[in-house]
Design a protein around this ligand. Structure first.
Ligand code: COS
Length: 392
């Protein structure tokens, strides 16, 4: 029997969550949506939006109150991500990656480590990043090659990390490296909190991307970067487990981003279908267009409800948390791609030009099917939860 947890929560949000959601939506409508097209066009990291989110304590949401955070639960963080992404996917990554980069410390950090870094992360003074992926190790996370070699009270880290979101703007990076190459496959890795800039650390390249263009994606090289042993997160050999536990908690953030992008595209397409007239009537009154909008609405709501149900199950650390995490990311990512593509279709030729937001949303949606585990990896995680490993 596979362990199948019963969702705990009824589907209503608490009063606090509704207030937070609405406050972030207002902020996003007033201050972020007007910047979205420019952020996409210039492909520059929006420092102003980082400051805005920090000033309004949005970046403090994932961190415990004792360290200057707000102590928001997973669903609350996701509600904020969703509302920001509805306006601008790049901007939602500022909160997403602040959480992703800090999750190893939230999960396995010592009280000293948390006290050292959380206050500056919660205020947004320091940005975080998560460095697992390498040129030769993406989906197969256990096969990374970056090495951490013990040297007295320190480790020396050497290797290359690729596709690291915010790698060029972060001040603290959770870096995964091999500490024991001879250990069994999943016990080779350890996790380190690396403060940058540091001697031997280099931003080797920034990627030119299809979407989320204001969010810098960096290749990072480490050449004997000296990291105190006290900055190792968890025990030696725990790195793979920490990475997996991190992704279980961060994938709902991608799902929230995807739901937000889909909602933004649905709203834009609906407004257009009301205003645009052809053959003497609103195009939305043509059944073919009306049916598309209906499907977009139903699919977006279904993805949202799955996400909201998944969050408390994951937060509670249920035995099938990985399955729920993968399911909500899978469904929401595919929904965002479908809904944004249909939104472009409803705009017709206007959907293909930069004047309207839906082409940006379509380009932004694609990444939600790729990062923090491709949709194929999500299916693999779900199938393994159902079937067990073939070789067990
Ligand atoms: N949550 C918790 N534990 C997990 C887990 C998860 N999502 N996935 C695997 N594990 C555990 C397994 O239970 C197993 O533990 P035991 O050794 O105690 O049995 C161990 O980790 C090894 O699992 P498995 O043999 O399934 O590992 P694989 O090397 O086959 O890889 C996948 C598993 C593919 C799921 C993993 O490599 C993965 O998630 N890859 C995608 C990585 C990714 O998302 N990269 C994106 C970049 S980060 S932005």
């Amino acid at each position: 029997m596979i362990p199948v947890s019963t969702p705990h929560a009824d589907h209503r949000l608490t009063e606090e969550q509704v207030l937070l959601r609405d406050a972030v939506r207002e902020l996003a409508d007033a201050r972020i949506a007007p910047r979205a097209a420019e952020i996409d066009r210039t492909a520059e990291f929006p420092e102003d939006i980082r400051r805005l989110l920090a000033e309004h304590d949005v970046l403090a949401l994932p961190f415990p109150a004792e360290h200057g955070g707000v102590g928001g639960d997973l669903l609350t963080v996701c509600l904020a991500i969703e509302q920001i992404a509805r306006a601008c996917a790049t901007s939602s990554l500022i909160l997403m990656v602040q959480e992703l980069g800090a999750l190893p410390l939230l999960i396995a950090g010592s009280p000293e480590q948390q006290a050292r870094w959380f206050p500056d992360l919660a205020t947004g003074r320091t940005l975080a990043a998560f460095a697992l992926t390498e040129p030769e190790a993406g989906s197969d996370a256990a096969s990374i090659r970056t090495r951490a070699v013990r040297d007295g009270d320190d480790y020396l880290i050497s290797g290359t990390k690729r596709f690291i979101t915010h790698g060029s703007v972060a001040g603290l990076i959770s870096v995964f490296a091999v500490t024991d190459p001879d250990a069994p496959r999943h016990a080779r890795l350890s996790c380190f909190a690396v403060e940058v800039p540091a001697a031997g650390f280099r931003i080797a390249r920034l990627e030119h991307k299809m979407g989320i263009r204001g969010s810098p994606t960096a290749e990072l090289t480490f050449e004997n970067v000296r990291v105190p042993a006290a900055h190792r997160v968890g025990a030696e050999g725990d790195g793979f487990a920490i990475a997996m536990a991190t992704l279980d908690r961060s994938r709902p953030g991608v799902a929230a981003q995807a739901v937000g992008i889909a909602q933004g595209a649905l709203e834009a397409a609906t407004a257009h279908a009301r205003e645009r007239r052809q053959f003497g009537q609103r195009i939305g009154d043509f059944q073919m267009v009306g049916a598309m909008l209906a499907d977009m609405d139903a699919q977006t709501e279904a993805a949202r409800q799955l996400l909201y149900t998944a969050c408390p199950v994951i937060e509670a650390g249920e035995p099938d948390a990985a399955r729920w995490s993968a399911m909500c990311k899978l469904v929401a990512g595919d929904t965002a791609m479908r809904v944004t593509t249909d939104a472009v279709q409803i705009f017709g030729g206007y959907g293909y030009i930069g004047e309207f937001p839906v082409e940006r949303m379509m380009r932004d949606a694609k990444i939600t099917q790729l990062y923090e585990g491709t949709q194929q990896i999500q299916r693999l995680v779900i199938a393994r939860a159902l079937l067990g490993r073939g070789r067990d």
